[in-house]
Design a protein around this ligand. Structure first.
Ligand code: GLN
Length: 547
């Protein structure tokens, strides 16, 4: 069967949930027995989001092969339960860098290099790579931004050409738009949708389906109007009212027959009857009234929750499996450092210190680790959070404050966290960290080993610094266990403290592999420990929503 392509564009405004819609459509197809992959096309000129500020871009999502990608890839992986690779996120920067490198090599034999065909051909080549590299039968492609943006034009032109190249039965265009609500007249408006479809059609793309998003219920007559004005079949205008629960979206799309319409248009027959039993249980359990457990997340980007989206989702997955409700408290590390909200720790039964870079708010995070250690509050340190847990412990054991990670104090007397050997000569900041999947062996008799229940795991990394082995013996004598090591024993991948209910730090990022249907074991055991501290009973064994 030829690879089938579904293209997602956005209209009217950004942030209407195009990524989540694409992911949910992917799930519909997976439930019908197809293998799917999703690709995000980002129109910005950065080569990848790895060097961008989380304030600009939110979290950087890391894949198995070490690609640093847009946070939408996290939605795709979680909702569809797939593992994607570096072909699944391309930026204008990557495309131009490639074309310019070829031009410099003389590959174009003196030709004039233009957006059409050179840039568009490179985009098409990269779209084609996804099915080759993932083996997906259906590739979903989401274009970032909104139709009408100057910078996304080459991507849209490439998508237009792909229908001509591959035929109508192998390509489908889905346009996701927003219906604004006018309070004075109490009505939803379709005009911006009509305009954005007109804009899309002027580029040569007529959508086959329109997903109309809104915060308030959408009457049938509005869908009829959109169908009529935008030349889309009535049944292919899908009203999508903002769902309070993310996991409900695939079910809502299923009810609207989106999966069946797509299969019909792409001339496909379902490989199996979609079974939503487990997924429905997951939604019912999410909605059920449950005891809530408050967990504090200490970070310096807490104003922007998207900066920690995978951590938040992983905590939710774990809470759901344990039959409790997550009450996440965002604690600003800079304010902790200033001493203005240190009392916030008193309201929480578990503390997470997630990944991060740069010195702002570092002492506040170390204070969080100290509070957790001294008060026996469950603590989960993720990458930087593990490193700072080590710094706090070391200041105690070595009896001096002259202890730090050399990331924050190059000349510190005790660099207990230090630059990795292979990082010493790195000057380029983009894509040069220790990135992607690495194996980790779990040491017997540790919390980590017990949580995972296996001896060897593979986890995703993104860091330049590591535990300094000079201190290993001394710290081990004083109650730090090195519960996860690289197979040759050289790198500390997990550290934990003895005589503490749960103080565990991972050099990797477990949050990238947690799924709603398969919560990550370290998050499950962390939330369980927090519940124990709070006196809240939890499900044992955890509830399972796997099919
Ligand atoms: N800044 C730290 C390092 O580079 C931690 C990175 C992270 O938390 N992802 O090692």
């Amino acid at each position: 069967m030829p690879t089938k392509y579904i293209f997602f564009t956005g209209g009217v405004v950004s942030s209407v949930g195009k990524g989540v819609t694409a992911a949910a459509v992917g799930r519909l197809l997976k439930q019908r027995g197809f293998t799917v992959a999703v690709q995000k096309l980002d129109p910005y000129i950065n080569v990848d989001p790895g060097t961008m500020s989380p304030y600009q871009h939110g979290e950087v999502f890391v894949l198995d092969d070490g690609a640093e990608t847009d946070l939408d890839l996290g939605h795709y992986e979680r909702l569809i339960d797939v593992r994607l690779n570096k072909t699944c996120n391309i930026t204008s920067g990557q495309v131009y860098a490639d074309v310019i490198a070829k031009e410099r090599r003389g590959d174009y034999l003196g030709g004039t290099i233009q957006v059409i065909p050179h840039i568009t051909n490179e985009i098409k080549r990269r779209i084609g790579l996804v099915s080759k590299m993932t083996g997906a039968e259906i590739v979903l492609v989401e274009v970032g931004g909104t139709v009408g943006d100057i910078e996304s034009l080459p991507f849209l032109e490439a998508l237009r050409q792909l229908r001509t190249d591959m035929g109508r039965e192998n390509t489908l265009y889905i346009h996701v738009t927003w219906l604004p609500y006018i309070g004075a007249t109490e009505e939803l408006k379709t005009k911006p949708t009509q305009h954005s479809v007109r804009e899309l059609r002027s580029i040569g793309i007529t959508p086959d389906m329109i997903v109309a998003r809104s915060d308030t219920p959408i009457e049938d007559v509005l869908c009829e109007k959109i169908a009529q004005f935008c030349d889309v079949e009535k049944r292919a205008v899908v009203p999508m009212v903002t769902a309070p629960i993310l996991y409900e979206i695939p079910l809502l799309l299923e009810q609207a027959h989106v999966g069946d319409i797509i299969l019909e248009r792409l001339n496909l027959t379902s490989q199996k009857t979609p079974n939503w039993n487990a997924w429905q249980r997951l939604v019912v359990e999410t909605k059920r009234e449950k005891p809530s457990i408050s967990i504090g997340l200490v970070g310096k980007y807490v104003e922007l929750h998207d900066a920690y989206i995978s951590v938040r989702e992983s905590l939710k997955h774990a809470a759901l499996a344990l039959g409790v409700e997550l009450d996440l408290k965002w604690i600003h590390s800079v304010e902790v450092e200033k001493g203005t909200n240190a009392d916030k720790f008193e309201d929480v039964f578990g503390i997470v210190v997630p990944g991060g870079f740069g010195s702002r708010g570092i002492e506040g995070k170390i204070m969080a680790a100290r509070y957790a250690r001294l008060n026996k509050v469950p603590y989960l340190g993720l990458c930087l959070g593990m490193q700072l847990m080590v710094v706090d412990f070391a200041r105690d054991v070595l009896g001096t404050d002259k202890v730090n990670s050399s990331e924050f104090d190059r000349t510190t007397q005790h660099p207990v966290i230090d630059l990795m050997l292979e990082q010493q000569d790195v000057t380029d900041m983009g894509g040069t960290m220790r990135l992607g999947l690495y194996p980790c062996t779990l040491q017997p008799g540790t919390i980590a080993r017990k949580a995972y229940g296996v001896e060897k795991v593979d986890e995703r990394h993104r860091h330049r610094f590591e535990f300094n082995n000079t201190y290993r013996e001394q710290f081990a004598k004083n109650g730090m266990k090195f519960s996860g090591l690289s197979p040759n024993g050289n790198l500390v991948e997990i550290a934990e403290l003895e005589n503490h209910p749960f103080m565990v730090g991972t050099q990797f990022h477990p949050e990238f592999l947690s799924r709603p249907t398969r919560p990550h074991p370290l998050f499950v055991e962390f939330v369980r420990a927090a519940c124990l501290k709070a006196g809240i009973p939890t499900e044992e064994p955890p509830l399972s929503f796997d099919e």
